[in-house]
Design a protein. Structure first.
Length: 150
């Protein structure tokens, strides 16, 4: 499954990109993210690996590994998220619309294996919607943090 979602953010491209990859702020705009543990390297640099733990349901959790595939900031940042049965390549591109506005485009490519193939088929429509919801949460956070109007 592959799709692209985008959003404009009020803020200068370099500042928006820097905030987006700043893992110390992720829990402020990703409410289900519980913890981040760096496994190797220095995020957001290429080759860095981290373990992300997300709340799932009322009492469960989901642990995934994030690997930075490439980092050409402030233009582009590509990571791979992996959890059992799921491989998600996530490419984020930052483009200046004007001096005070940034277009954030996110391309996602999912590969499912085992039982997750069934889950991927059953819930394929929810993935793009969740990505858009996450982009909107980031936009709202970034505009508050950067002092830009929503």
């Amino acid at each position: 499954m592959e799709y692209t979602r985008s959003i404009t953010v009020s803020g200068e491209r370099d500042a928006v990109a820097a905030l987006y990859v700043d893992a110390s702020t992720w829990t402020q705009w990703q409410p289900t993210l519980l913890s981040i543990e760096v496994l190797e390297g220095t995020p957001p640099a290429q080759g860095a690996r981290s373990r992300l733990t997300f709340r799932r349901g009322k009492s469960g959790s989901m642990v995934m590994t994030e690997t930075v595939e490439s980092s050409a900031l402030p233009e582009q940042w590509t990571v791979v998220y992996e959890v059992t049965g799921v491989h998600n390549l996530c490419e984020s591109r930052f483009t200046s619309v004007d001096a005070h506005t940034t277009l954030l485009e996110q391309r996602n490519v999912f590969r499912f294996s085992g039982f997750m193939r069934v889950v991927g088929l059953l819930f394929s429509r929810s993935f793009p919607a969740e990505t858009q919801k996450s982009l909107e949460a980031f936009r709202d956070f970034a505009e508050r943090r950067l002092g830009s109007p929503s």
